[in-house]
Design a protein around this ligand. Structure first.
Ligand code: PLP
Length: 375
């Protein structure tokens, strides 16, 4: 599904030098590379505050902690997402409210968020799933109207851009109250272990977030709020600082690969009778964290097994919508209709997508799909 080794070999000298410098300095915790990366990432994101942390799940948890929510407060989250987005809500004693997604873009919509609002609604977590932005303008307008905090889960879309109706462009992760991302190795900007970051344009809130990630202290050993211990490793920061310089080039490689899949798959199934190729979210660029098909007529699992027999990997992100996850039974509230989330979970299939794809590899994937459907 990914080729991290191939990607590494192309930047090996830079990466090795960065890691070696950290080891030579012995500054393993909060070494200078962390601040340098933070600074460069902030520049990349348009200048807002960046707080690094241990992983993307922590980023979401810390973001919620910083908003001072109380037990019983409701946080709206799409039912079709990775577990982290909802897990942290429940972990903090808040109530996840699962809402449906758009069946084509897989992203949550303002319309579905509105339907789930109650007087207890305090925040919403739009997830920019698979690499493209949710339609943020109506979501931000609704949040403004109803006094909701917006925490963007940008773990899959770092580098994507959204265009507002007035022509203003913004990177995903910079539009809400707080943005969160993950540097898990297979993410678009991945390190060689765990890592995460939080984005916040409000300086006061950003300071609170930094304190929470650091045991609730600003001055060492003086703890003013309850926090946690969530740090980005210096070695990981050194890796990320190198890879950030290549992020746009990586996004282009993914985009080229997606265009090639699109073209070849459309030739195979021009009317979309067997599968649906990815649908672009209007007003957003796509950084292709995943290239995800919807397989029609209940044939998804058959196709996956057929490809596997040929040694072609494919993955189901995600096989169960949140409302069918045991952990959330009795913990979360479900919107009335979650049928799109369910239909997505039972029909999606993601194909190999990474920066090192060649047409040869993609042709083998496409031939597998062609042969399975006898096209
Ligand atoms: C990867 C991911 C996370 C969590 O990131 P970790 O670094 O693995 O904790 C959260 N949300 C989404 C949508 C993700 O894809």
């Amino acid at each position: 599904m990914v080729d991290l080794k191939g990607q590494y070999l192309k930047i090996k000298d830079e990466i090795d030098a960065g890691i070696q410098a950290v080891i030579d300095s012995s500054a393993f915790i909060n070494g200078p590379a962390v601040n340098e990366f933070r600074h460069h990432l902030s520049q990349y994101m348009g200048g807002l505050n960046v707080i690094t942390c241990a992983n993307g799940t922590d980023a979401l948890q810390i973001a919620l902690m910083a908003l001072g929510l109380k037990p019983g407060d409701e946080v709206i989250v799409p039912a079709f997402t990775y577990v982290s987005s909802a897990e942290v809500i429940a972990l903090l004693g808040l109530t996840p409210v699962m809402v449906d997604v758009d069946p084509d873009t897989f992203n949550v919509t303002a319309e579905n968020i509105r339907k789930a609002l109650t007087p207890a609604s305090k925040a919403v977590i739009p997830v920019h799933l698979f690499g493209q932005s949710c339609d943020m303008e109506p979501i931000l307008a609704l949040a403004e109207e109803c006094g909701l905090y917006v925490i963007e889960d940008n773990a899959q879309a770092l580098g994507a851009e959204y265009t507002f109706s007035d022509g203003r462009r913004a990177r995903t992760g910079t539009m809400g109250t707080i943005g969160c991302t993950s540097f898990f190795p297979s993410k678009n900007l991945g390190c060689y272990g765990d890592g995460g970051a939080i984005f916040c344009s409000d300086d006061v809130l950003a300071e609170k977030i930094a304190m929470i990630a650091n045991h609730g202290q600003k001055v060492k050993y003086h703890h003013s709020i309850i926090g946690c211990n969530s740090r980005l490793d210096t070695i990981q920061a050194a890796v990320l600082d190198v890879k950030l310089r290549h992020l746009d080039e990586y996004s282009r490689a993914r985009s080229d690969a997606a265009a090639y899949y699109d073209g070849r798959l459309t030739e195979l199934d021009p009317d979309g009778r067997y599968f649906q190729i990815p649908v672009r979210q209007k007003n957003s660029t796509h950084v292709w964290h995943q290239y995800t098909l919807k397989i029609r007529n209940g044939r998804r699992d058959g196709l996956k097994a057929f490809l596997a027999e040929r040694g072609i990997p494919s993955m189901i992100y995600y096989p169960l919508p949140l409302q069918e996850q045991e952990a959330f039974l009795g913990v979360a509230r479900a919107a009335e209709d979650l049928s799109n989330a369910r239909e997505c979970a039972y029909s999606v299939l993601s194909l190999p997508m990474h920066t090192e794809l060649t047409h040869e590899i993609q042709d083998a994937v496409i031939a597998g799909i062609r042969d399975y459907f006898e096209l």
